[in-house]
Design a protein around this ligand. Sequence first.
Ligand SMILES: C[S@@+](CC[C@H](N)C(=O)[O-])C[C@H]1O[C@@H](n2cnc3c(N)ncnc32)[C@H](O)[C@@H]1O
Ligand code: SF4
Length: 389
Amino acid sequence: MTSPLPDPAKLPLSLYIHVPWCVRKCPYCDFNSHENADPPEQTYLEALLRDLDTEAARADGRTLQTIFIGGGTPSLMSAHFYDRLLAAIDDRIGLADNAEITLEANPGASDQARFDGYREAGINRLSIGVQSLDADKLAALGRIHDPQQARDAVGHARRAGFERINLDLMHGLPGQTSQQALDDLARALDLGPDHLSWYELTLEPNTAFWSRPPALPDPDQIADTEDAGFALLADAGFRRYEISAFAHPDQACRHNLNYWQFGDYLALGAGAHGKITGADGRICRYQKTRQPDHYLNALDPTRAMQALSPAERALEFFLNGLRLIDGVARASYAPRTGNRLDLISEDLSQLVSDGLLTDENGRLACTALGIRHLNSVLARLEQGLARHS
Ligand SMILES: C[S@@+](CC[C@H](N)C(=O)[O-])C[C@H]1O[C@@H](n2cnc3c(N)ncnc32)[C@H](O)[C@@H]1O
Ligand code: SF4
């Protein structure tokens, strides 16, 4: 099923940095986050700088187009920490002139001086974990902040000079009516972000909510809330460009777009994931050791380096790309996966006839129905791919 192997020199390169600590663990959260309100900043910086040597070799001369510092709670770390880290990254890998550098901030762990310092350190985009602007809902979610702190965080970001601000908001919260969810969305839009991530709360294994599930709205109510919310977002000038991501023109998150378009990304920090294409065209996924204590002491924290088979590359290409409302360019399939698209033509045509996919102007994209049933679209593509592997 293969065609010429992907050429890394032609793939954009990003870097994900993970900060694995939070003041308190939220009951719905399955991210690699561990309670510690006063994390060991200096030793983590040293561990990241050691890890950076390996990642710099993987970059193999490519410069970074984007960096995303996620968590956990990256805003627990000082501006000095990021100043040192970003300078070392620029020195050892290199940052493109217009690199996008995003940091996730928790409103319960942020203040004006910190945000001023982040901006000075070169961070140019903030993603603020608002989640809700209803005090009762924030308490039910176990958040460490109230609505006013969320509003203050947006004000601090503006005053620090951040022009690009994303707000994370969730709906489908315990006991939340459709009207409450829409009021929440309207309040978030009033804060004037240029990007909004609007997630449906999901119950994840190994979380407190999984063990003791709260009463959540039913799927019909969620679907109605989403339809009305999408209209509210569109009226406010936001385009839905991914299942849960909405942006003003030209404000889509370039870092996440690179994931969804099957670009390469390096990984730094406890539990961080990477995907890298080698000079030989092999695509490998890897992960860093998850436990912060192990990471702090590891000489080489890279774990589970795994080369993707041709079928895995193809499936991952669709798994990511079909989350985008504009889908994927037909022409990018072969250079990014090393596979031939014509081998699964029949499966694609069938998905088009079933109203799940469109195949127009050189792009394959899910219809609204396809987005709602993305898992079954992917399962059918997986079967098609299996027949040719
Ligand atoms: C990596 S998380 C962390 C951001 C930051 N630590 C915070 O919570 O403020 C990114 C976003 O994913 C969303 N999220 C986390 N767990 C979720 C869940 N179980 N269901 C839906 N969205 C979730 C939240 O909106 C969160 O802000
Ligand atoms: S603050 Fe964010 S990363 Fe930390 S536990 Fe809560 S949702 Fe998870």
